[in-house]
Design a protein around this ligand. Structure first.
Ligand SMILES: [Zn+2]
Length: 343
């Protein structure tokens, strides 16, 4: 598959206070990952800056002014979301990378595009910074794809945290399906199976809440019984992955137990859907992931799944029996039985 990476060393310039998990060293992991794939012949491009119009499709004008006002300043926006003087420009590049990835995937010049960005985006609400996030990169990407003519866009979020911002922005929109696997109950508190969207968007929010301790087997069940069948029925024109790697077993924040191979398997399962529905059009945007080694290994597994030959997902086996996936699947099926057929 024709694959592109979007990368900039400038993502290290967004500073957070000492001890903050979303730290500049994460961008050094992106540098190493980009360099590894450049050596293997993958094209790497620098992102452009997102425009006011692109941001304004998902964020309020007043909120955009608030973030622009942090330019050149260190500001605390929420109990765990901070800017440094460079953050405004870096966040504009992150959102711009998401837009660029969509344009590349839709234009057919590349079919899969991976944007290695920070700060993450999926907690950012229409008018509020939250959970390390300034602009909601995945939402900006989905809205840009719609503006470019995509009829249906799926956002699949496998970060350990629920993407409250992305869910809320498209709550009432049947053209953007939001599907999330996440630890539950956990920060930010949203993401119950019963949250299925509002109004005309009812049924187009799909939450798979997993108890702490969930393993690759639980994710596999969630994907095979719910995620893949729902995505096939939705038939997206573009599949966007909110790729958080804090569901890794070594992550200091999360309590789920995936390995890098598990991220590779999820990505391959999603690539298979994209091959069937939309000629393999996949956009990957990084979200969380706070153990640097786990972040590197999981990102490489994701890129490998998109770059290597198309194959059935190779789900790792932990050898441990768990009923956590079955519970999540039962709850999700009960909430969405009227809208989708399940596997
Ligand atoms: Zn997260």
């Amino acid at each position: 598959m024709s694959l592109l990476l979007i990368h900039s060393e400038r993502f290290a310039e967004h500073q957070t206070p000492p001890g903050h998990p979303e730290r500049p060293e994460r961008a050094e992991v992106f540098d190493a990952v980009a360099s590894r794939w450049r050596d293997r012949g993958i094209e790497i491009v620098a992102p452009r800056t997102a425009t006011r119009e692109q941001l304004g499709r998902v964020h309020d004008a007043e909120y955009l002014r608030t973030i622009a006002d942090t330019n050149g300043r260190s500001v605390r926006l929420d109990p765990d979301t901070y800017t440094s003087p460079e953050s405004y420009e870096v966040a504009l590049l992150g959102a711009g990378a998401a837009v660029d990835a969509v344009e590349r995937a839709l234009s057919g010049s590349q079919r899969a595009a991976v944007a290695l960005v920070r700060p993450p985006g999926h907690h950012a609400e229409r008018s509020r910074a939250m959970g390390f996030c300034l602009y909601n990169n995945a939402a900006i990407a989905a809205a840009h794809a719609r503006a470019q003519g995509a009829r249906r866009v799926a956002v699949v979020d496998y970060d350990v945290h629920h993407g409250n911002g992305t869910q809320h922005i498209f709550d009432a929109d049947a053209h953007v399906l939001y599907l999330s696997t996440h630890q539950f109950p956990f920060y930010p508190g949203t993401g119950a199976a019963t949250e299925i969207g509002h109004g005309g968007g009812q049924g187009f929010t799909v939450n798979l809440p997993l108890e702490a301790g969930s393993l690759a087997e639980d994710f596999r069940m969630a994907f095979e019984v719910v995620a893949v069948p729902v995505l096939r029925q939705f038939e997206p024109d573009l599949l966007i992955i909110s790729a958080g790697y804090d569901a890794h077993e070594h992550d200091p924040l999360g309590g789920l137990r995936l390995t890098a191979d598990g991220f590779g398997a999820m990505t391959m399962a999603l690539r298979q859907v994209a091959e069937q529905c939309c000629r393999g059009r996949v956009v990957v945007l990084t979200e969380g992931g706070y153990d640097l080694k786990a972040l590197a290994a999981s990102l490489n597994a994701t890129i490998e799944a998109l770059h290597g030959p198309l194959a059935p997902p190779a789900w790792p086996s932990s050898g441990i029996t768990s009923n956590r996936g079955a519970q999540a699947v039962r709850d999700t099926q009960a909430a969405l039985r009227a809208y989708w057929h399940f596997g």
